[in-house]
Every structure is written in structure tokens, then in C-alpha cells.
Ligand binder design. Structure first.
Ligand code: HAS
Ligand code: CU
Length: 547
């Protein structure tokens, strides 16, 4: 039996647009909180109505880091799957179930944070205690995302059955890898929330093993950052080549990079815990080595992107060492925004390598350098790519066209974003090197000379934060315009073709059992002994701390 035709119909578009609405509403709320934080840290602004700094910091991290990203990614991935392998009406119903379960969870957690009952930041480190509803809310978000995982797995499975012997479409393959990684890593955070946090916050148990909870969190926390990155890579590998008038550089290389992410993303969580006492240094060392292994697929991606740009340029007749750079469609926001994201990823990735280097981590850990790092990776590279995707995806979903106006506004938005982030993330990096702490409200530390060195950079952050907020307002206008105002018409869903005349993609790349098997073995290798050690030898658990 043939599944429903591939491509997006009106019902698919409605589902995906719902995810987009949550994304852009989150952008406004989370962005406003970010602006307020940077203002507080100048020392010249006090939050009104008794609102706490850590309360808005929690809203900021949860709404932007967890809600915006997850909703955009799941919506975008549904679009890719519907387009490449199709979506049946039953799968769409499950898609709606996933949306509602996630939305209920998000709303419950958000209410608790806004009431000041869950000022525990997005990492919800114990022994900070939130209201139990906060943890139940998070559980719902995870369960909702699992429903999406299984819908995506089912979509590809069905397509494969109907197309025996064929390679799965590249984008569908990538979505399934990302969701597999997500499913495996969220098992860790689900375990700590269900087994440790919920009974503890309900008062059913008096104390909990702090180190265990943090380790389970980072088992999830690192792959989380690749769950954000991989959809951007999907666009870079398989969509951007189409926008610039070229072809995919190598289908096999793209699949290999994604497989490497699946295998190496999870057994590396200790690079967030290098300064955590109680973990054997040998195992930290092993996970640092594995962290360096997970850099390789990003290097493959960088290589692949340069190759795509160069080959396309040369085919168009541009010669000289850098002639190919000129052919790029600099005035097309669908290209310009993600491309600037790539450029930002060069220093952002270098910063990540610094963080992962054990000795240098001692210098930067818990300083605002780390905040600077993830505002370059997530809030620039990934978000600019997501914005770039929105410029064609939203019109595709709403049956409208990108016109000149939206293109110009989009280009302006990208530049505003880059300037804002240059000031904000740049100041964060520099202040961090001078020892300024992260996760901290303003303090002059009793007039300390060292704290006085940071203040200029704190103003730099506020200037950057204000520019970024203007960027958010422009982006929201763009979203409304593309949803309600842009001229009606049919916009292209750009998917690049595979290169011709190259070796066929090896079949082993789709051997799911093999890759999942290796992933599980590596996780077991990197985590079993440390977990046993942590469970047996941790100090007595901690009672909750509430404020
Ligand atoms: Fe990270 C902390 C290490 C990547 C996000 N990271 C964080 C936190 C977040 C985060 C949110 O080892 C804070 C968590 C918290 O709250 O405590 N990170 C790395 C490493 C990488 C890395 C090794 N991080 C990311 C990405 C993120 C992200 C991606 C989000 C999306 N990170 C760390 C470590 C810490 C950390 C430690 C803990 C620090 C601490 O002490 O707390 C790597 O994946 C980076 C590899 C990337 C590259 C760059 C490749 C370049 C490409 C672009 C090519 C450009 C082209 C265009 C083609 C090697 C692909 C050019 C054209 C021209 C014309 C120029
Ligand atoms: Cu990490």
C-alpha cells in the first residue's frame, strides 16, 4: 500500500505552523528576559515588582534553550519528513498529540517559574529545589518529544517498506538520527527527574544523591546541544546547496557525519563536570578524548561546506583562488542568514575546543566565558540558521511568497543580530577571562578591584543585549508578515539533489543495528564504572534548598 503522497498538504502545514507559533512567542518572552538580565548586570537597573534576577534567568534559559529550540526542531523535522517520506493522517494525529503534550508541560513549568516557585535555572541543579509541578512539566515536554520521535521512526520505516532496496532520502535519514540521539539521551534526564527530583521535591524522600543527578543531567545535556545543531546541519548539507544553485557535495559524507554524531555525542558529558569532585580523573580523561572525537564530524561539515561553495562557484565559471566566494547569493536572506551562522561557528567551535581542553577548562569554567560560548553556538550559529529556514518555511506553510520587502528586512535582521552578538558574546568572553562569574546577578563584591575590571564589559553586554532585542522585534515582525501579509503564491521548498557521477552511498551507512549497537556499547563503556562509583561512594545525599 502506498502512503499518502509526499509533500505538504494543508493539514500538515497547520500542524507545523503551530510549532512555529510557539517558537516565535517564546522568542519574544525569552528575549525580553535576556534584555532585562543584561540591564541588571550594569548595576544601574533594578527589576520592578520584586521580580528576582534568578527568576528571569530561569525563564530565559528554559524558554529559549529548551522550549523554542524543541518546538522549532520538531516542527521543522515534521516538515522535512512530510516532504521527503510523507505523513499519513494517523501520523499527523500523533504529531498533534506530541504538540499538545509538550505545550501542556511547557505551560505548567512556565507558570511555576513565573510564580517564583522554580528559580532553578535551565540546568535545575540540585540541591536547588523547584515546585514539583515544574518537574512534572518537564516530564511532559520530554514525553511529547518522544511521541514525535516515534512518529518520525514510523514515517521512515513505512517508506522503507514501500521502497525496498532504496536509500532513504538524506533529510529523512538525518531526522531519524537526530531523534534517535534525542531518545537515547533523554532517558538520562527522565531517569533523574522521575526517580530523584520528583520524590524529593514532593518530600517523599529527605535527600538525594547530587552527583548522580548532575551526571545524569549531563549525559543528556551535551547531546542536547547537538540536538540543536543537527537541524542546522540538515539545512547546511541538504538545503543550502539548492539555494545557491548547486548540488550536495557528498551524500555519503553527510550520512557519515550524522552517524558520528550519534555515536560520539553521548559518552562525553563529563566535559561539563571537569571541575566536579567525586568523578575519577581517568574517566574524565577518557570522556575528554571522546569529546575530541565528536569534533571530527563538525570538521567534516566545515570541509563539506567549503567544497560545496567552491564547486558550485567553479561550475558557474568563477575562477581564481577566491572567485567562488563572489558567486554566492549574498542578497538572498535564505542563504545569508545561515551562512553568517557558519562564519560564527568558526570562533564558536574554537571556543568549544578550549572548553573541552582540561587545563583550559579550569580557567573558564563557571565564568561568563561559557555563556559567551553558547551565545555564539546556539544563539548565533543555530538560531541564524533557524531564522534562515523560516524565511522559506513559513511562506511554504502559509501559501505565500518571500517578497523583496521581507528579504531586505531579513538581511537587516541578520546584520542587527550579528552586531548585537558581537558586543554581547564578545564582552562575555572577555569578562570571563578576567574571572567574571556566570549565573550571577550584579554585585561589586564589596568594591573589589577585580570586579571593577568587569564593569566595562557588563555595559558591553547591555549594549549588545539591547541591539539583539531590536533584532527580535524585527524577526517577530517578519514572522507576522510572512504569516498574514506577504503576497499569496507558491514558494519553493528547497531540497538539493545528490551529486551525479559519484560512487553510490555504501549500504552499511544505513545499518541501524550496527550504529545503535556501537552507540550503546560506547555509552556503557564511558559511563558504567563511573555510575557504579558515584552510587557507591557519594557523600550522604543533600536535603532540598529552597528560596
Ligand atoms: Fe559547547 C558548554 C565544548 C559545541 C552549547 N556548550 C556549553 C554550554 C552550552 C553549549 C549551552 O568541553 C553550557 C552548558 C551549561 O549551561 O553549563 N561545545 C564544546 C565543543 C563543541 C561545542 C568541543 N556547544 C557546542 C554547540 C552548542 C554548544 C554546537 C550549541 C548549539 N561546551 C563545551 C564544553 C563546555 C561547553 C567543554 C563546558 C564548559 C564548562 O566548563 O562549563 C564542538 O562541537 C565544536 C566543534 C565545532 C567546530 C567548528 C566547525 C566549523 C564549521 C563552520 C564552517 C564555516 C564555513 C563558512 C564553511 C570545530 C562547521 C566559512 C566561510 C568563510 C568565507 C569564512
Ligand atoms: Cu558539551
Amino acid at each position: 500500500m502506498i502512503a499518502e503522497k509526499t509533500g505538504l498538504n494543508k493539514s500538515d502545514s497547520k500542524l507545523i505552523m503551530s510549532f512555529m507559533w510557539v517558537t516565535f512567542i517564546s522568542l519574544l518572552i525569552g528575549g525580553l528576559m535576556g534584555l532585562l538580565q543584561t540591564l541588571v548586570r550594569t548595576g544601574n537597573f533594578t527589576l520592578p515588582f520584586g521580580i528576582g534576577y534568578y527568576q528571569i534567568l530561569t525563564v530565559h534559559g528554559v524558554i529559549l534553550g529548551l522550549v523554542l529550540t524543541t518546538f522549532f526542531i520538531i516542527g521543522f523535522q515534521f516538515a522535512l519528513m512530510a516532504k521527503t517520506v510523507g505523513m499519513t493522517s494517523k501520523q499527523r494525529k500523533w504529531g498533534w498529540a506530541s504538540f499538545w503534550v509538550m505545550l501542556i508541560g511547557t505551560t505548567a513549568s512556565a507558570i511555576m517559574i513565573l510564580l517564583g516557585k522554580a528559580s532553578v535555572l535551565y540546568t535545575f541543579y540540585a540541591p536547588l529545589k523547584a515546585h514539583p509541578i515544574f518537574y512534572f512539566g518537564l516530564t511532559f515536554v520530554i514525553i511529547g518529544s518522544w511521541i514525535a520521535c516515534f512518529v518520525n521512526f514510523r514515517q521512515l520505516y513505512k517508506w522503507k517498506k514501500e521502497h525496498p532496496g532504496e536509500h532513504s532520502p538524506l533529510l529523512a535519514f538525518m531526522v531519524v538520527i537526530n531523534m534517535l540521539m534525542w531518545f537515547i539521551c533523554t532517558l538520562g534526564v527522565a531517569a533523574t527527574v522521575l526517580i530523584q527530583f520528583i520524590p524529593w521535591s514532593l518530600g517523599l524522600v529527605g535527600s538525594m544523591n547530587i552527583l548522580l543527578s548532575r551526571t545524569l543531567f549531563w549525559y543528556f545535556g551535551h547531546p542536547l546541544v547537538y540536538f540543536w545543531l543537527l537541524p542546522a546541519y540538515m539545512a547546511w548539507y541538504a538545503i543550502l546547496p539548492k539555494i545557491i544553485g548547486g548540488k550536495i557535495f557528498s551524500d555519503s559524507l553527510a550520512r557519515l557525519a550524522f552517524i558520528l554524531f550519534l555515536i560520539f555525542s553521548i559518552p562525553v558529558g563529563f566535559h561539563h563536570q571537569l571541575l566536579e569532585p567525586g568523578i575519577d580523573p581517568m574517566w574524565k580523561y577518557i570522556q575528554v578524548v571522546l569529546t575530541f572525537a565528536v569534533i571530527i564530524p563538525s570538521l567534516l561539515t566545515a570541509f563539506s561546506m567549503f567544497a560545496t561553495f567552491e564547486i558550485t562557484g567553479r561550475q558557474k565559471g568563477y575562477t581564481g583562488l577566491f572567485g567562488w566566494l563572489r558567486h554566492l547569493p549574498w542578497k538572498d536572506v535564505r542563504f545569508f542568514a545561515p551562512f553568517m551562522g557558519m562564519v560564527a561557528f568558526i570562533p564558536a567551535g574554537a571556543g568549544g575546543i578550549i572548553n573541552a581542553s582540561n587545563q583550559m577548562n579550569q580557567v573558564v569554567h563557571n565564568t561568563i566565558w561559557v555563556t559567551g560560548h553558547f551565545h555564539l553556538t546556539l544563539a548565533t550559529t543555530v538560531i541564524l540558521t533557524f531564522f534562515g529556514i523560516s524565511y522559506w518555511l513559513v511562506p511554504v506553510l502559509t501559501g505565500r511568497k518571500i517578497d523583496k520587502k521581507i528579504n531586505t528586512l531579513g538581511m537587516t535582521q541578520t546584520i542587527v543580530w550579528l552586531v548585537g552578538m558581537f558586543f554581547m558574546s564578545g564582552s562575555m568572553h572577555l569578562a570571563g577571562l578576567l574571572g567574571a562569574p556566570r549565573r550571577s546577578a550584579f554585585s561589586d563584591y564589596q568594591g573589589s578591584a577585580q570586579a571593577a575590571e568587569w564593569i566595562g564589559y557588563q555595559y558591553g553586554q547591555a549594549i549588545g543585549g539591547s541591539i539583539l532585542f531590536i533584532g527580535i522585534l524585527i524577526m517577530l515582525y517578519n514572522f507576522f508578515y510572512m504569516t498574514f501579509k506577504a503576497p499569496k503564491g507558491v514558494e519553493e521548498f528547497p531540497i538539493a539533489e545528490a551529486p551525479t557521477g559519484t560512487e553510490p552511498t555504501p549500504i552499511v551507512l544505513e545499518n541501524w543495528r550496527l550504529w545503535i549497537g556501537i552507540t550503546v556499547v560506547l555509552i556503557a563503556f564511558a559511563y558504567t564504572i563511573p555510575f557504579v562509583d558515584i552510587i557507591q561512594n557519594s557523600p550522604p545525599g543533600s536535603p532540598p534548598f529552597e528560596w
